[in-house]
Design a protein around this ligand. Structure first.
Ligand code: CDP
Ligand code: MG
Length: 740
């Protein structure tokens, strides 16, 4: 890595957690007692020492706590009187010291790689610096994020900092939602959205700077983007000849900035032909790390006990708990609230703030606000709080050591699918999580796993391209005439997953035998949906049930599940939902639920927000999923009109057309009843599956099923199941061919 003048090249070694551990209270062999999640060992994470010459030579003053949060919801309040205060805070961010040096580097180089501690101001400040420095006069600045919530909430924050209304100077664009206009100069978007923009603008010519943020996450889409950016830049930045003419002279040159908190900088630098790496020194105060003496079987219980231990024993400071997913967050949230209410009056109060990707924009706004006096904030978050969003006020971190990770399960027959699995985190995540406790002062991190477990963690996660389904990406690339096997990647995909993606696309009719894109394939790619559901929407045209299919697919594409499923409440939930149950299975039950919910609005007695919420609670339905589905529905209708599909065509009371249309997309997710009468054998694979206990078909025997997904526990379950007649199969070409 080249050393840059005035900027520092920070040794990667300095980010290691100090391995020395002294025994905490008690011995390692002693099992946990009452309010203890196990005895903690203690080791400490020292502030990262970096060599002199950082772009900001010294530690900044302690950040003012809280009151900085910005979301669409509180944006108007924020942008009023607080403006000058916010400008002061901007100047105090670690990155501010290096502003001029950084701009100079960006001006001089086509590609800059910027590494800096979480919270140092990369995501919110760098785009503004570029704007102020006049480095993007010929086009917009794009900032990509792997997660929608990060894109929307950071855009909101930056528009507050610019004292403008969101959607004007600063905007965002995420799947199913966007806010930007002709005056937008800084646009936060998900890596998926910018890949979509490639379809209509193959050189991304409306941007003059593209910032690839959180690059360390190595999502499939970030990797695809980086691969495309390299060749786009080559075209756009071609040198102009002596006469001022050149093949690219009419194009505005492109600058690329790759940013991250933890990044294998050398790898990125190498990919971009030795690009400059610039380091911002962040503030990292010492964090004392505790490990449990023994592994914990129940991380939720351990997390709760640890929280109350901290709450009882430790001084002021907010607590951040890292959990794998939404269900765990909701369940722990309930338990903590319940216990907190039983605490003696004189105790500090507890304010819980859940934070996860599926939350609607604005819902997590309170997380950024300072806790009221005599109150301890307890933030329950997924790994979204690891590096994407910084929450002020955190002094204590409780790390369950778990996360949810997309994992591709290949099938022996070709084809395959992604599932979300709860997994142990990596060392890099564990260190980031611990680091969240030391942003404003020294802190503590309680790991709910042993030090040996930490030592056994892999250093970092495998890039998604090596472990996710490539189906949608292969289709998208085909639309811009690219072949995934011919692209230059930092890490190339496995041949097996490429073959399996091609096979799926062939079965869906998106590719022909020569692997050429068909018109169906092109139409599928225009929908912001998974390939299977896009196929279902197209099939709905043939069967005259587009209206119903859009209603169902909208729910299936929402980020949270419609039917709440808690094992202990399954019977009561089934009972409560009796009126919605459809004998054919879960897809039509979804439709019944959406329709009943929509009907509430036309009755004055049930049209109020609280009445609708109560109705959802009573039926064990997740209202958030319904609200999100409504937005998705609107978007899908727009895509349909663009594609010339009439979205009002309805099949009325008939369910057969709907099931047939679904079967066209779910060809690979179909199975036939086995002679044992309890399990089903996949039509395109060798697995034997059972119907998930949450399904309305759970105890039924039907000759053939289609399903949305497989869930792996002690056995393989099909979830989101409908019964279809065996004769349907014969009408689906892909299945017919298979049988032939
Ligand atoms: O990208 P990086 O992690 O380097 O930092 P950032 O996201 O630009 O955040 C800079 C500062 O803005 C942090 O101190 C955040 O706490 C603050 N911020 C905030 O208060 N509210 C937001 N919605 C976003 C950022
Ligand atoms: Mg950031």
């Amino acid at each position: 890595i080249p050393r840059t003048g005035g900027l520092s090249v920070n040794g990667q070694g300095s980010r290691k957690v100090n391995g020395v551990s002294t025994n905490g209270h008690g011995g390692p062999s002693k099992a946990s007692e009452h309010h203890s999640p196990g005895n903690f060992h203690n080791s400490s994470m020292n502030g990262r020492h970096s060599p002199s010459g950082d772009i900001n030579g010294h530690r900044r003053k302690k950040a003012r706590r809280g009151s900085l949060g910005a979301t669409q919801e509180n944006i108007d309040v924020q942008s009023g009187g607080k403006f000058s205060e916010i400008q002061e805070q901007r100047k105090l961010l670690p990155i501010a010291q290096g502003k001029d040096a950084l701009l100079e580097e960006i001006r001089r180089n086509d590609v800059t790689i910027l590494l800096g501690e979480t919270g140092s101001g990369k995501t919110t400040q760098v785009p503004q610096y570029i704007l102020e420095g006049g480095l993007a006069d010929k086009g917009m600045i794009a900032v990509t994020q792997p997660r929608r919530v990060a894109a929307t909430s950071l855009a909101a924050r930056v528009s507050v900092e610019r004292n403008t209304k969101l959607g004007h100077l600063v905007g965002y664009s995420v799947r199913f939602d966007e806010k930007n206009g002709s005056d937008t100069r800084i646009k936060y978007l998900t890596d998926g959205m910018i890949m979509r923009e490639l379809m209509s603008d193959p050189l991304l010519s409306k941007y003059s700077v593209i910032i690839v943020d959180e690059a360390h996450e190595r999502t499939l889409r970030t990797d695809l983007l980086i691969s495309n950016l390299k060749s786009i830049q080559k075209t756009r930045n071609q040198p102009v000849d002596a006469k001022g003419k050149g093949p690219a002279s009419h194009l505005n040159p492109l600058k690329i900035i790759v940013m991250s908190a933890t990044l294998d900088a050398e790898k990125f630098s190498k990919f971009f032909a030795g690009a400059k790496v610039v380091y911002v020194k962040g503030r990292q105060h010492p964090v004392k790390i505790f490990h449990t003496a023994e592994g914990q079987n129940d991380y939720l219980e351990a997390a709760m006990r640890t929280f109350f231990q901290v709450h009882n024993d430790q001084g002021p400071g907010d607590v951040l708990i890292f959990l794998p997913g939404q269900e765990d967050i909701e369940s722990l949230n309930k338990s903590i609230q319940l216990f907190a209410n039983q605490l003696p009056q004189e105790r500090m109060e507890v304010l819980t703030c859940p934070m996860y990707a599926a939350q609607a924009p604005g819902q997590n706004s309170k997380v950024f606000l300072a806790a009221p006096t005599n109150t301890r904030k307890c933030i329950l978050a997924t790994n979204i709080a690891e590096t994407s969003l910084t929450i002020p006020g955190v002094k204590y971190v409780i790390d369950t050591g778990k996360c949810k990770e997309k994992q591709y399960l290949a099938r022996d027959s070709g084809g395959g699918f992604d599932t979300l699995l709860t997994k142990d985190i990596t060392k890099s995540s564990a260190n980031q999580r611990a680091g969240r406790a030391g942003r404003e002062g020294s802190g503590m991190c309680f790991r709910l796993y042993t030090e040996d477990a930490y030592n056994a963690m892999p250093p970092m996660a495998e890039p998604e391209i090596r472990r996710c389904s490539l189906t949608s990406s292969v289709l998208q690339l085909k639309c811009f005439g690219q072949d995934i096997q011919e692209l230059e990647f930092m890490d190339g995909p496995d041949l097996d997953s490429v073959i399996s993606a091609l096979k799926t696309l062939y079965l869906l009719g998106a590719l022909d035998k020569q692997k050429q894109l068909t018109s169906t394939g092109r139409d599928m790619a225009s929908f912001p949906l998974e390939a299977t559901y896009a196929r279902v929407v197209l099939a709905s045209r043939e069967y005259g049930c587009t209206r119903e299919i859009l209603e169902i697919v909208s729910v299936l594409s929402a980020s949270s599940k419609l039917f709440q499923d808690i094992a202990e409440q399954r019977d009561s939930a089934a009972e409560a939902r009796r009126a919605l149950r459809h004998p054919s299975g879960d897809h039509l039950t979804v439709l019944a639920a959406v329709r009943s919910y929509t009907a509430l609005s036309s009755n004055p007695e049930t049209a109020t927000r609280s009445a609708r919420r109560q109705w959802c609670d009573r039926h064990y339905l997740n209202e958030r999923a319904l609200l999100e589905a409504r937005d998705i529905y609107t978007q899908l209708r727009q895509t349909c009109s663009r594609q010339g599909i009439d979205c009002n065509v309805s099949c009325g009371e008939r369910d057969e057309p709907i099931l047939k249309a679904l079967a066209h997309g779910l060809v690979q997710n179909s199975a036939l009843l086995q002679p044992d009468g309890a399990s089903y054998k996949q039509t395109m694979g060798r697995s034997v599956v059972k119907i998930h206990p949450s399904s309305v078909l759970a105890d039924k025997k039907v000759p053939a099923i289609i399903y949305n997904e497989l869930v792996y526990t002690n056995q393989i379950y099909a979830r989101g199941v409908s019964s279809i007649s065996k004769s349907f199969f014969n009408t689906i070409p892909a299945l017919n061919q298979r049988q032939a």
